[in-house]
Design a protein around this ligand. Structure first.
Ligand code: C2E
Ligand code: CA
Ligand code: CA
Ligand code: CA
Length: 283
């Protein structure tokens, strides 16, 4: 037993070192990721549950690391936030997404909005406005085709600034989506305080996971209620993480505006997404 304990410790300890080494290595190579062209945007369609038409796209970042392969954003975004590279990365994401959408529109593909994720631990600051204005000007994309996905935690900072930034985004015609809805500490009070300033609500996939084909199930009731509530407040609702036709059916019955998930498509590289846009309809 003693020996086993020792072995266990060794395994644990060496994988911990590997983990530490990986983080260290990632951190030092993250700073060169942009200039070395290792970052790439993938696009995932948002689909109308009734017609299966593509009604939007979310841009999701990928990092092709030469040694570690594809690194998940859940792994390197927090690292980028800590080290401050998130500013540069966020800038690159917005510019690349807007430019790509403009190119697609110019080539005659259906015009749909593109959404980008704003880092959760970066609160909405005034520089966001100048930054976004500049990118729209440079890329010549109409503001109504850009959406910004934020999480609740970015609403919890300096309330005055958050309000003025959201108001300015509204004036500019840029839509704001509340991401991962229902998982934060103050989902309902966020809806109340920022009424009229948030255009889209994205129901977190944990709720969608729990949907069953029994209409009377509690999870179904909760999701239905979120959708009704949001629509009462004049918001569009997107369901995230839809993987099955049963979930699609239920959400369609609840009149959910659009859905996003592996059922229709995983996030795909630009060339793949272009083909989907060209088809216009999925399935
Ligand atoms: P998110 O914004 O909530 O993005 C949705 C995540 O769910 C994506 O993971 C997507 O691939 C995944 N997903 C979509 N459909 C399904 C499904 O049907 N089933 C399952 N199991 N998963 C699905 P991804 O691309 O790994 O991104 C993870 C998170 O990283 C994002 O969560 C977002 O918080 C962050 N992120 C991604 N790109 C960016 C970016 O450009 N900037 C910032 N700041 N954060 C980003
Ligand atoms: Ca998102
Ligand atoms: Ca989400
Ligand atoms: Ca998330």
């Amino acid at each position: 037993a003693k020996e086993l304990g020792k072995n266990n410790f060794q395994v644990y300890s060496s994988s911990l070192n590997a983990q530490t080494f990986k983080i260290f290595s990632l951190e030092s190579s993250l700073r060169y990721a942009i200039e070395r062209g290792q970052l790439e945007l993938y696009y995932q369609p948002k689909v109308c549950p009734k017609t299966y038409e593509i009604v939007g796209a979310e841009a999701l970042i990928r990092w092709n690391h030469p040694e570690w392969g594809l690194v998940s954003p859940d792994e390197f975004i927090p690292l980028a936030e800590e080290t401050g590279f998130i500013v540069e990365i966020g800038d690159w994401v917005k510019r690349t997404a807007c430019l790509q959408m403009k190119l697609w529109q110019e080539s005659g593909l259906p015009k749909v909005p593109i959404s980008v994720n704003l880092s959760a631990n970066r609160f909405l600051e005034r520089s966001l406005i100048t930054n976004v204005k500049q990118i729209l000007e440079e890329t010549n994309l109409e503001s109504k085709y850009l959406e910004i996905e934020i999480t609740e935690s970015s609403l919890l900072e300096n309330e005055k600034v958050v309000f003025s930034v959201l108001e300015e985004l509204k004036r500019l015609g840029i839509k704001v989506a509340l991401d991962d809805f229902g998982t934060g500490y103050s989902s309902l009070s966020s809806l109340k305080r920022f009424k009229g300033l948030i255009d889209i609500l994205k129901i977190d996939r944990t709720f969608i996971n729990d949907l069953t084909s029994f209409e009377t199930d509690d999870s179904n009731f909760i999701t239905n209620t979120i959708i009704q509530l949001a629509q009462q407040l004049k918001m569009e609702v997107v369901a995230e993480g839809v993987e099955t036709t049963d979930q699609l059916k239920v959400l369609n019955n609840y009149n959910c505006n659009s859905i996003q998930g592996y059922l229709f498509s995983k996030p795909v590289p630009a060339t793949e997404f272009e083909k989907l846009l060209n088809k216009g309809k999925l399935i």
